[in-house]
Design a protein around this ligand. Sequence first.
Ligand code: NAP
Ligand code: G4F
Length: 351
Amino acid sequence: MRKKALITGITGQDGSLLAGFLLEKGYEVHGLRLYAATDDSERIQAVADNRLFRLHYGDMTDGGGLWRILSEIKPDEIYNLAAQSHVRVSFDAPKATADINALGTLRLLEAIRGLNLNTRFYQASSSEMFGNAPAPQNENTPFSPCSPYGAAKLYAYWIVRNYRDAYGIHASNGILFNHESPLRGEEFVTRKIVRAVAAIEAGRQECLALGNLNARRDWGHAQDYIEGMWLMLQQDKPDDYVLATGKARSVREFVVAAFAQTGINLVWSGKEKDEKGIDARTGRVLVKIDPDLHRPTELHELVGNAVKAYEKLGWKPQLGFRDIVREMIDAERAAFRSADGRDDRAFLAAE
Ligand code: NAP
Ligand code: G4F
């Protein structure tokens, strides 16, 4: 019997990669797609024509719509990836973030319960839930979120555990640390950096404006993490797992590594808001600080311990920091070289 999966957040980085992964495994893949007046299906172009792929308009804030879609599809597996996923934006839109990320998860679980579906459920939980708990963080680290995004994700995490215990639903939390790819949203720091570096190299941008250079993140590759999500739903028993590489780098290190890919040796001068990243050869200022890009509360260091995922799922990340930077920079440089019209895009330094 062919398995059916429903992916919420299908147009996002992880949703689009997971769709390709599951189609390769022979799944029938359904995607929940938020209506957008401007076409946002670029990431799913590669799978759009597959006869086993189907899109459904829906919104995580619309419980009736989710109920109807689940009753039509009756999926074997649901991957709940839809979210307002930008931490900085969650400070500006805390209620919408909670409605989508926290209550949206509850709406899906309620539909599974109410329809009495035999569906396995994956929840995209986040290392942001740990806040500034001492690193390294694992499944037993106490949570202390320091953003509206983290708090909303923590509600979703606990409601998944509660529905698992109370109603026997096969529901698992993947507590994923930052993971990147060329498909990463343009507002996240890694993609913003590589886009700017390629644009500066092509003479299309003067300078890159950033917020906190000293924040440290455990950056893995999204393709590795997609497989981890799937493995969680193939287990006999539901559980919660951290997926991470175990190594953290600062935003500053990411910037230096990205410029190095284009042959630029970046050196730093000045302090705090006056700090600048300078091309050692030409003296040109390539990076400056924009205090508006700082967050009201910052999460300083995330480093995950994924031993449980290794021992129970056999999961181990294959790609490391250098691979990620290289692949992301190569993709941006290729976009400039290609004559597909992408080179007229605006490179805005806003977050
Ligand atoms: P992403 O690229 O921002 O994708 C989020 C998806 O959610 C998009 O398809 C978006 O649609 C959709 N969405 C937003 N609001 C919605 C709504 N009201 N109803 C239905 N869909 C809605 O995020 P990602 O990086 O792929 O991450 C996937 C999930 O993992 C998210 O839940 C994120 O919070 C979580 N996570 C990510 C990371 C990471 O490092 N990437 C780490 C831990 C956890 P539009 O494109 O139309 O806006
Ligand atoms: O790339 P970021 O926006 O990712 P952040 O906040 O870590 O969140 C991502 O990872 C979470 C998992 O830990 C996910 F749950 C979440 O959905 C998302 O995918 O920022 C990374 C760091 C932050 O410390 C931020 O303050 O980079 C710092 N930063 C410095 N300048 C910047 C900028 N971040 C952004 N987005 N833009 C800047 O200009």
